[in-house]
Design a protein around this ligand. Structure first.
Ligand SMILES: Cc1cc2nc3c(=O)[nH]c(=O)nc-3n(C[C@H](O)[C@H](O)[C@H](O)COP(=O)(O)O)c2cc1C
Length: 171
C-alpha cells in the first residue's frame, strides 16, 4: 500500500476476525514502532506483546474503554519507566504518540486494523504483564483483521475542516 493510502485508510478498528496475525507481520509492526523518533532519541518505550486469549481478556480490564483488547488478535502494551518530572512526562506522551502512529500505519499497510486504549488500572496492568517496579503501562494498541469493513481510503474523514485547522504564515 502507498504511505498516503495507509494514512487515509487507518481508522480505529475495534471488531476483529478470528484470523491470527503472523509473527513476521507482528514484528514488522513492532519494528515500525522501534524506528519512531523520540525526544533526544531517548526511546523511552518497551513494547509488551500479548496474543494469548485469557491474557488479552485480563488486559482489557485496565480501562473501561479497552474492551476491544479482549477480542484482538494481538495487543501491544506501551510501557515506560515512571517519568522523573512533568516535563519528561509530556515528552514521553509525545514519543509514545509517534510510536503508536508508526505501528498503526504499518498495520494499515498490511490490511490489519488497530485500536487505541488508555490505561487506568495500573495494578491490573502490572499483574497481567508482570511489569517491574517503577514501570507504567501508558497505552495499549489492539491489532486484528477488521471484522466489519476492510481498510480502504476514507473519502470524508470525521475531521475538522482543513481551512479551520491550517494557518499559513500567521494565525
Ligand atoms: C491518546 C488516545 C487515547 C485513546 N483512547 C481510547 C480508548 O481508551 N478507547 C477507545 O476505544 N479509543 C481510544 N482512542 C481512539 C480515538 O477515540 C480515535 O482515534 C478518535 O475517535 C478518531 O477516530 P479514528 O482513529 O477512527 O480516526 C484513543 C485515541 C488516542 C489518540
Amino acid at each position: 500500500m502507498e504511505t498516503s493510502d495507509a494514512i487515509q485508510s487507518r481508522r480505529n478498528v475495534r471488531q476483529y476476525t478470528d484470523e491470527p496475525i503472523t509473527r513476521s507481520d507482528l514484528e514488522r509492526i513492532l519494528e515500525a514502532g522501534r524506528r519512531a523518533p523520540s525526544s533526544m532519541n531517548s526511546q523511552p518505550w518497551h513494547f509488551v506483546v500479548v496474543t494469548e486469549r485469557g491474557q488479552l481478556e485480563e488486559l482489557a480490564k485496565v480501562w473501561q474503554g479497552a474492551g476491544h483488547v479482549a477480542h484482538s488478535a494481538a495487543t501491544v502494551g506501551l510501557v515506560v519507566a515512571e517519568p522523573e518530572d512533568e516535563a519528561h512526562g509530556a515528552w514521553i506522551q509525545y514519543d509514545l504518540g509517534q510510536a503508536t502512529s508508526y505501528m498503526m500505519l504499518a498495520a494499515a499497510d498490511l490490511g490489519i486494523g488497530s485500536g487505541h486504549a488508555a490505561v487506568q488500572d495500573q495494578a491490573q496492568a502490572k499483574k497481567v504483564l508482570g511489569l517491574p517496579q517503577g514501570y507504567l503501562l501508558v497505552y495499549v494498541i489492539a491489532f486484528g483483521y477488521p471484522a466489519d469493513r476492510p481498510l480502504r481510503p476514507i473519502r470524508n474523514p470525521d475531521r475538522r475542516p482543513f481551512d479551520e485547522v491550517v494557518h499559513w504564515d500567521r494565525w
